[in-house]
Design a protein around this ligand. Structure first.
Ligand SMILES: *[C@@H]1O[C@H](CO)[C@@H](O)[C@H](O)[C@H]1NC(C)=O
Ligand SMILES: *[C@@H]1O[C@H](CO)[C@@H](O)[C@H](O)[C@H]1NC(C)=O
Length: 300
């Protein structure tokens, strides 16, 4: 009997070990989805505690990568390769990440089941958090920056979402997303690697439903190492890499992003400031107290 149970225990341990090896969705690093980073190199300088790498897997494929902040229940960033969208925004149910709740759950994002399991609620943001808030569900990797239907559907996971003011989401931030797409189409010859993230308040952090952190700013940077070198002069500073920070609170100070008061009321105070990547990195360094380097060797 003793022998049997020892054998069973060993078998169990072996299976557990295999399970850990086979599944790679939520893991200690991005080793299963390095292709979404320029030169297969994720941002450097982010201290690991509390941040969970997720290789965003859907319909048996990886689509992008997110670094999930477990305490804030939002991604710190999502990293992806941009491509021109084919067709319109898919209508797809919102999804969650099963492995944030159970490390041995399915490695694929999945639609929410009703009622939502308590372990899922504790481990991540759920639709209810957003339902009772005045915030929209803001994509970091937007569906309009993905080509295929499946790639676009995969962006509809709450681990790619932050609470974003409607005035930003459908205003200046959406304009920025369109501008980046145009730069890709007009001047970028190879891949464009994008990292888009959330910047928390310096103090007095805001939350929805006392659970999900509201970013004070959104930020984004791209790296397009192979581009049309006979660019018009006006576009030269935008390559190979450029960045932007967008306001997500119209009452924020103007040190990081100034406000243009001559725009229509619905979008006033949600300005986006475009800037070199080094400027964004120095803002992030100060705000997150981490010396972040977004792209390998500054994408040069
Ligand atoms: C949403 O807000 C309403 C009104 O404030 C409240 O009655 C309800 O319980 C809230 N629902 C959840 C799930 O928090
Ligand atoms: C590169 O840009 C120049 C100037 O805008 C344009 O005339 C040329 O056709 C572009 N080259 C390619 C290969 O797209």
């Amino acid at each position: 009997m003793l022998q049997f149970s020892t054998g069973a225990l060993l078998l169990l341990l072996l299976l557990q070990g295999l399970g850990v090896l086979v599944l790679g969705e939520v893991s200690k690093d991005f080793s299963n989805c390095l292709d979404f980073f320029y030169n297969k190199t994720p941002p450097k300088g982010i201290s690991a505690a509390g941040y969970q790498p997720i290789c965003q897997r859907y319909k048996n494929q990886y689509h992008f990568a997110s670094l999930y902040d477990r305490r804030r229940r939002i991604p710190l960033y999502s990293a992806y390769m941009l491509s021109s969208p084919d067709g319109k925004r898919p209508s797809t149910p919102w999804m969650y990440e099963p492995q944030l709740a159970f490390s041995r759950a399915s490695p694929e994002m999945a639609p929410f089941k009703i009622p939502v399991d308590q372990n899922v609620i504790e481990s991540q943001a759920v639709l209810q958090d957003y339902k009772n808030s005045s915030f929209t569900k803001g994509h970091l990797n937007p569906s309009m920056h993905q080509k295929t239907k499946v790639d676009r559907e995969a962006t509809f996971t709450l681990t790619n979402i932050v609470p974003q003011q409607a005035g930003s989401n459908s205003g200046p931030w959406s304009t920025l997303e369109n501008k980046v797409l145009s730069k890709f189409k007009d001047f970028c010859f190879g891949s464009m690697y994008v990292i888009t993230g959330a910047m928390p308040y310096a103090s007095g952090e805001r939350w929805i439903n006392n659970r999900v952190s509201v970013p004070e700013y959104m930020w984004s940077a791209y790296c397009c190492p192979t581009y049309n070198t006979s660019l018009p002069e006006s576009a030269q500073s935008f390559f190979p890499t450029y960045a932007a920070v967008g306001r997500n609170d119209r009452n924020s100070g103007e040190e990081i992003v100034p406000v243009n008061v001559n725009v229509k009321r619905s979008v006033r105070g949600f300005d986006v400031r475009e800037m070199p990547v080094e400027t964004l990195e120095s803002i992030l360094k100060q705000r997150l107290a981490m010396p972040i380097s977004l792209f390998h060797e500054q994408c040069q």
